[in-house]
Design a protein around this ligand. Structure first.
Ligand code: MN
Length: 156
């Protein structure tokens, strides 16, 4: 199964980098508010450059002066499967991605729809894992790798 990772990244502004392994690379989106488990929430996801699979394990501080300077934690990770009939490459090209995540914090179906240019919307699908009462970004801030918060990594 291909992997997904969500890295919380306090660069110029705080965001969550949502990455899906496709054809040997991480397709990536920056989600300012992070993922929601409430299917009524549409979270802006800006497509950004592909990242190497090895970057998905990075946790630490990107040095000042470098692109994206600031702390990064692995907020969630696991495996995913494509819920659509078409291969992922085609889904990305068409701007309609639907995946089932098997993470430590996030489980269930999410869809990513391109609304124009680099703008996509990340939305929880209505399934048994949907939960409007959960707020994982707020209540589960710690790294699934080290148990640290992004502020603890910043100060390390
Ligand atoms: Mn980032």
């Amino acid at each position: 199964m291909p992997r997904f990772v969500i890295q919380q990244h306090a660069a110029t502004s705080m965001h969550f980098d949502f990455r899906l392994e496709v054809a040997g690379t991480f397709k990536s989106w920056a989600v300012p508010k992070g993922p929601s488990t409430d299917p009524r929430d549409k979270r802006l996801a800006m497509a950004v450059d592909d990242h190497s699979l090895s970057w998905g394990d990075f946790e630490g501080v990107i040095a000042e002066g470098e692109y994206g300077a600031g702390p990064v934690i692995v907020w969630d990770r696991g495996e995913y499967r494509n819920l659509r009939e078409e291969p992922m490459e085609e889904c990305l090209e068409r701007g309609h991605v639907s995946v089932w995540l098997e993470g430590r914090k996030l489980r269930g179906g999410w869809s990513l729809r391109r609304t124009g240019g680099r703008k996509w919307l990340l939305v929880k699908r209505r399934d048994e894992e949907a939960d409007a009462g959960r707020n994982p970004v707020g209540t589960q801030p710690r790294s699934v790798v080290s148990g640290r918060t992004i502020e603890e990594v910043r100060e390390s």
